[in-house]
Design a binder for this molecule. Structure first.
Ligand SMILES: Cc1cc2nc3c(=O)[nH]c(=O)nc-3n(C[C@H](O)[C@H](O)[C@H](O)COP(=O)(O)O)c2cc1C
Length: 180
């Protein structure tokens, strides 16, 4: 694989960071290459996204439906980006039991923002096997999440498999074809 993929995440208590590392590992093993670069938006400007055609973004929801703070700090800079030639997939971390009325809201906000900047979006995920009251990360019909909703508080045992299946789906949707 010659295409480089930029993986950008914000993470307050490291769960999203660990998921991002696993996603990079999965891409590298599926493509037999090391063409992923990992960036924490606490220390990297989102303008670095300009260097990549393919992007995977990770965001947890905090404080009753709010953006994770490092993404929030760069929200205005995101508005400056032209993402018209980019392919983007998003994953989120949340807690459907502790915060059922705001499950994964930040993933929904980030998805809408990135879509507004012109990106082609990939990586939606079925709304099955989750239990919550409301989420801003669902599509119009509420049948799918706009990205991968991980919940390490309540479904940690499923995370590795979800990452494996989702990452493969994203690469196919990106059109990166040389995977097994
Ligand atoms: C104070 C607090 C508020 C939270 N608010 C939400 C929320 O509104 N919605 C949600 O889905 N998860 C919520 N969570 C769960 C976090 O998203 C979850 O713990 C996540 O794994 C944190 O990711 P991080 O370690 O990468 O920061 C909250 C957690 C805490 C401790």
């Amino acid at each position: 694989m010659n295409e480089k993929i930029g993986v950008f995440y914000g993470s307050t208590t490291c769960y999203t960071e660990i998921a991002a590392e696993k996603i990079c590992g999965e891409i590298n093993s599926l493509t037999n290459s090391k063409n992923t670069s990992l960036y924490n938006v606490s220390s990297t400007s989102v303008s670095k996204m300009n260097d990549y055609k393919y992007l995977i973004l990770g965001i947890p929801t905090w404080d009753f439906g709010e953006l994770q703070e490092d993404w929030e700090n760069q929200w205005e800079e995101l508005s400056e980006l032209n993402l018209e030639s980019k392919y983007v997939a998003i994953f989120g971390l949340g807690d459907q039991v502790g915060y059922p009325e705001w499950f994964q809201d930040a993933m929904g906000y980030l998805w809408q923002k990135i879509k507004n900047q012109g990106a082609s979006m990939a990586g939606c995920w079925p709304n099955k096997n989750f239990s919550f009251t409301q989420s801003k990360a669902l599509n119009y019909e509420k049948s799918e999440f706009v990205g991968l909703p991980l919940d390490d508080e309540n479904q940690f045992d499923q995370t590795d498999n979800l990452i494996k299946v989702w990452t493969k789906k994203v690469l196919v949707e990106f059109g990166i074809s040389n995977i097994e």
